[in-house]
Design a protein around this ligand. Structure first.
Ligand SMILES: Cc1cc2nc3c(=O)[nH]c(=O)nc-3n(C[C@H](O)[C@H](O)[C@H](O)COP(=O)(O)OP(=O)(O)OC[C@H]3O[C@@H](n4cnc5c(N)ncnc54)[C@H](O)[C@@H]3O)c2cc1C
Length: 471
């Protein structure tokens, strides 16, 4: 019997995860189209000046579903490192360890902050949290009180999403903030105490050769099982017909047109509906104009020193600083190479086309240096080079009321025959890599004898809607 032919659009975790799982289950023939010359999407890795670097801080969280984790462990073997988290958050001008640790808080937390947060907790215990409301701001304020919100979550959120806390939908608080109440926060803090500590608490997995090794391993396995992976091949046109879908994809050298029974898309919903052109009704086009993604510039400073700090990541909630997080990838993998050099990567959220996005690399590098100096993290060694990477779709944006246009778009795409949109970009979900991989496995399990089981997929979508993002 002829096998169902599936075109997968996008070679991030969602795309390569499905290519692997579909072939492993021998459920379909697979061609995966990726526009870049490398796999991994936002979760990829690249090399420059002898450094192995990720697109910002990336870790594999221990809450990864067992089936997915088992596969990653078997693909990477001893190259999947089990590492302690060792970061710092800047709160009222002082550094506190992240994940939070009771004794570190006692010694390093600003006393005014500690008293304020303790007072908020007592008030909440006596008077209850009251009406939570429906915005990011109202939910967090009701659950965590003013001190933690005003000094940490709100300024940090303003920088990441470019919106005031009251302008953001409640889902942002429910799915983005894993310590969204005093109970959860205390559990996290005391979960770091020996004796109370769960096995993987305060730890993460990281591939020795960069986070992108995870997607690369999936792609290698999928290819071994017969999938075709087409790099540097951008999908530019999708035409629905009786037999399924005609795809036109191209790279600089050639274009290819092919017929597929089904299309599984992990590319941004907004891009997808542009590629679909006239097939998209006007009201859906109008809805698309009302959903958007937050972009991010990653500013890399190549330093002529072996190590900048001992920490893996620093978090910067302060509004006057451009960056939200700084990571030193070498520390994630305890790498000793290259000798005498390290790279720090600053995450700068922005919008495509805004002033920050349009700034040149040298200007951004200078600004990051100044921000670090302000935080007593002055770069004292020579900077060999500054460069950037720009992610146009880093985070889905959830302003109040985003649900209506998103649901319109999602409902229309979900009804397209022989078509599936999933993954972080395809479901407009602020998810982690392990979530995207779980979606890919779930999708593959919905395919039986070439037929996609929509009802089973809806059950999975209900599970996806409870995913909580790990930082
Ligand atoms: C700064 C930052 C830090 C993060 N940290 C973590 C972390 O610590 N841990 C974690 O688990 N997750 C983290 N994430 C999230 C993680 O990056 C995503 O969950 C993951 O990349 C989602 O995978 P995806 O396949 O759904 O989408 P993507 O990775 O976005 O992949 C989509 C792919 O589609 C391709 N594409 C788009 N258009 C076309 C086209 N027309 N034709 C062909 N290909 C196309 C793109 O090039 C891309 O490769 C972080 C994300 C960011 C931005």
């Amino acid at each position: 019997m002829m096998k169902t032919r599936i075109a997968i659009l996008g070679g991030g975790p969602a795309g390569v995860g499905a290519a692997y799982k579909l072939r492993q289950l021998d459920a379909a023939e697979v061609v995966l189209f990726e526009q870049n010359d490398h796999l991994g999407g936002n979760a990829g890795t690249f090399e420059k000046n002898g450094h192995v670097l990720d697109y910002g801080s990336h870790r594999l969280h221990p809450v990864t579903e067992p089936e997915v984790l088992h596969d990653i462990q078997s693909f990477l073997g001893e190259d999947l490192l089990d590492r302690p988290r060792h970061g710092r958050i800047r709160l009222r001008g002082r550094w506190v360890h992240f994940p939070l640790k009771p004794m570190d808080l006692v010694f390093h937390l600003n006393p005014g902050f500690a008293l304020g947060a303790a007072g908020d907790m007592v008030k909440k215990t006596i008077f209850g949290k009251g009406d939570e409301g429906e915005t990011f701001g109202s939910i967090l304020r009701a659950n965590l009180g003013a001190t933690i919100c005003d000094d940490f979550y709100f300024p940090y959120a303003r920088k990441i999403w470019g919106l005031a806390p009251e302008e953001m939908a409640g889902i942002q608080a429910r799915r983005r903030v894993s310590a969204g109440s005093f109970g959860k926060l205390l559990k996290k803090v005391f979960g770091q105490v020996p004796g109370f500590k769960a096995k993987m608490s305060g730890r993460f997995y990281y591939p020795r050769h960069g986070f992108g090794a995870i997607t690369q391993a999936y792609a290698d396995q999928a290819e071994k099982l017969g999938a075709e992976i087409a790099l540097r091949t951008q999908v530019r046109n999708l035409e629905q017909n009786e037999g399924g879908w005609q795809i036109r994809a191209a790279n600089e050298d050639a274009s290819r047109e092919e017929q597929f029974d089904q299309v599984w898309s992990t590319i941004p919903l907004t891009t997808l509906t542009k590629i679909l052109g006239d097939q998209v009704p006007e009201d859906v086009v109008a809805a698309r104009e009302n959903i958007s993604y937050r972009a991010m510039i990653l500013v890399y400073l190549d330093l002529e020193t072996h190590q900048f700090t001992e920490f893996d990541a620093h978090y910067f909630p302060e509004a006057n600083l451009l960056l939200t997080r700084l990571s030193e990838t070498k520390n994630y993998a305890v790498r000793s190479e290259p000798k005498g050099r390290t790279v720090i990567c600053a995450e700068v959220p922005c919008l495509v086309g805004d002033e920050t996005w349009n700034s040149d690399d040298a200007t951004l590098g200078k600004r990051i240096e100044a921000d670090l100096r302000h935080c007593d993290l002055e770069v004292t060694c020579k900077i060999a080079e500054v460069w950037t990477r720009r992610l146009p779709q880093a985070y889905p944006l959830y302003p109040v009321g985003y649900e209506e246009p998103f649901e319109k778009l999602d409902a229309w795409v979900s009804k397209l025959p022989n078509f599936l949109s999933y993954g972080r970009q395809g479901l407009f979900a602020h998810d982690n890599t392990h979530h995207a991989l779980f979606m890919a496995y779930s999708a593959a399990k919905c395919l039986r004898d070439g037929q996609f089981d929509r009802e089973k997929w809806l059950e999975y979508r209900e599970i996806f809607s409870h995913h909580v993002v790990e930082d």
